[in-house]
Design a protein around this ligand. Sequence first.
Ligand code: GRF
Length: 208
Amino acid sequence: MLNIVVLVSGGGSNLQALIDAQKDGILKSGKIVKVIADREAYAKTRAEENNIPFEQVIRKDYSNKEDFCDELASRIEKENADLIVLAGFLSILTEKFTKKFENKIINVHPSLIPSFCGDGMYGLKVHEAALNKGVKVTGATVHFVNAITDGGAIILQKAVELKNEDTPEMLQKRVMREAEWKILPLACEYFCSGKLEIDGKVVKIKEN
Ligand code: GRF
């Protein structure tokens, strides 16, 4: 059983999807051993209600991202983490941090990368951009994290169709429900059960 540390900044619905997947036996090769938030977040309540140890490393208590990331790294190392999941985590990580945990950090992004991603593309902005472009299909991507924002190797993607009446808020909810909450737990299980093969910049999923 691998140790998973989940980093959060907000509502924690992706954290909840991981907790539910653990209960349902979808995520069975890894266990969430700690949730760490970088600010006050409702995700704390979700962790506590499910008896998962919770800590805060408050980003604004640090004058620079280097010191913040060093503290975060030391907390993660204490947990003997095998996998670090960014589940709506908004702080920018340093290159030192991403190198230290190379191929061990995964993120969920609410679009089909390489569309609507990169610096400044988070939250509703992603869905606004998809609506403004008039794409007919968007979705979510789970990918490894490296020093380039949303630039690491893609693990899983799931498409979601747009509707004429969509607002950014409606699209955000549907992408979460139909894509993010499904592929994030699945990607974690694939990682923890050794099904991911990283071949350069490309991830392949081993078949049984
Ligand atoms: C999600 O849309 C996720 O893709 C993005 O931030 C949002 C977090 O939502 N990275 P939650 O905190 O998991 O509810």
